[in-house]
Design a protein around this ligand. Structure first.
Ligand SMILES: *Cc1c(COP(=O)(O)O)cnc(C)c1O
Length: 365
């Protein structure tokens, strides 16, 4: 027998997601100590302490399956958001929710609208489902919502609006989103990916939950505990939408996608608004520090609403990234985002950011 295994044809067009290089890998490869990772938009303050306590309290129950409905966590989230619990679903990170959206709403022949230079996980699960990706170019460094609306056809099932956008850090405003929603057919699901919601510093940011409150049947808002609450390692994200929107997502979900410790951590994190405020404050202060230093280095950057900044290095971006890595500083190259002359740099604490800036200065010379 010499028949080859036949993989699912949707995988033919698929490139696996490339995560930020792990700290240990750089330590091994270069024999370095004190490596810092400013590549995956992780929280430099660590995890929310009350989430850690909640996990510790839950450890003794690890022999039990978690609650498949995540009852307590969904109720805590609903209370936090001022919504009904049946308007909230939880998943294995926002990534898990994206996967559920694609499984629930796409098939061969359907279309998905995304922007160029946006979050790559939308592309992965769209391709897995053998649906077609329609990509619109950026306008400046931000999403072009008019072009995205213009790409919608009768085959379009889902539009992913990454707001703020990763990797550019830009937002689309309330006015832009309202006009966009006015033009959207009722049978197209608009997914607002608000992974950095808590870190946005703008009066023009849209209140997308108001669509859910109005009973809008084609909106899903996604948020996560990975960034502002410092829980990237537990894998916990959530989706907010009316029950009609969430129903199909719940039908395709893994029975226990959110594990016991993640459910406990989420409840603990929501009680830790003090940690959240410290994160918001650090982000605001360090953003300004980096802007000033980039200016002094003569580097162009994109003003950000997140805990990362896209900075323009030029044709030597790849070389500069490698030199930083040799100094034990991991940043994100942006070739895969179609922005090869840029690096995406996550804000660390001040001492880490200082180290980054002096290594960057050396690498540029
Ligand atoms: C980090 C990130 C996610 C994924 O978050 P998880 O909850 O860790 O899966 C989703 N969308 C965007 C834009 C992100 O930057």
């Amino acid at each position: 027998m010499s028949e080859d295994l036949k993989q699912q044809p949707g995988l033919d067009a698929l490139k696996p997601y490339v995560p930020g290089t792990p700290i240990e890998e750089v330590q091994r490869e270069y024999g370095l100590e004190g490596v810092i990772k400013l590549a995956s938009n992780e929280n430099p303050l660590g995890p929310a302490p009350r989430a850690v306590e909640a996990i510790q309290d839950e450890l003794k129950n690890l022999n039990l399956y978690p609650d498949g409905q995540s009852y307590r966590l969904r109720h805590a989230l609903a209370h936090h958001l001022g919504l009904e619990p049946d308007s909230v679903t939880v998943g294995s990170g926002a990534d898990g929710i994206i996967m559920q959206v694609c499984m629930a709403y796409l098939d061969e022949g359907s279309e998905v609208v995304v922007s160029e230079s946006s979050f790559p996980v939308y592309d992965i699960y769209t391709r897995v489902m053998r649906a077609r990706l329609m990509k619109t170019p950026l306008k400046g460094y931000g999403l072009d919502l008019k072009a995205m609306a213009g790409s919608v056809t009768s085959r379009t099932r889902v539009v992913f609006v990454c707001n703020p956008n990763n990797p550019t850090g830009t937002i689309v405003t309330e006015g832009e989103v309202n006009a966009f929603m006015d033009s959207m057919p009722d049978d197209v699901l608009v997914v607002f990916d608000e992974a950095y919601y808590e870190l946005v510093d703008s009066d023009d940011f849209p209140d997308t939950l108001s669509y859910v409150r109005q009973g809008c049947r084609n909106v899903l808002v996604m948020r996560t505990f990975s960034k502002a609450y410092g829980l990237a390692g537990v894998r916990l994200g959530y989706g907010i939408g009316v029950p009609d929107v969430l129903g199909p997502l719940n039908r395709v979900k893994e029975p226990f996608a959110v594990n016991l410790l993640a459910q406990a951590a989420g409840i603990g994190a929501l009680e830790d608004q003090d940690f959240l405020q410290r994160t918001v404050e650090l982000t605001r202060v360090e953003r300004r520090y980096l802007y000033g230093e980039f200016q002094d280095l003569g580097l162009e950057y994109v003003p950000s609403h997140t805990n990362f900044v896209l900075v323009k290095i030029g044709p030597r971006a790849g070389e500069v990234q490698t030199r930083l890595k040799r100094e034990g500083i991991i940043v994100r190259p942006c070739g895969g985002y179609n922005l090869p002359h840029f690096l995406r740099i996550t804000m660390g604490k001040r001492a880490q950011n200082r180290r980054l800036i002096s290594a960057l200065q050396a690498a540029l010379n």
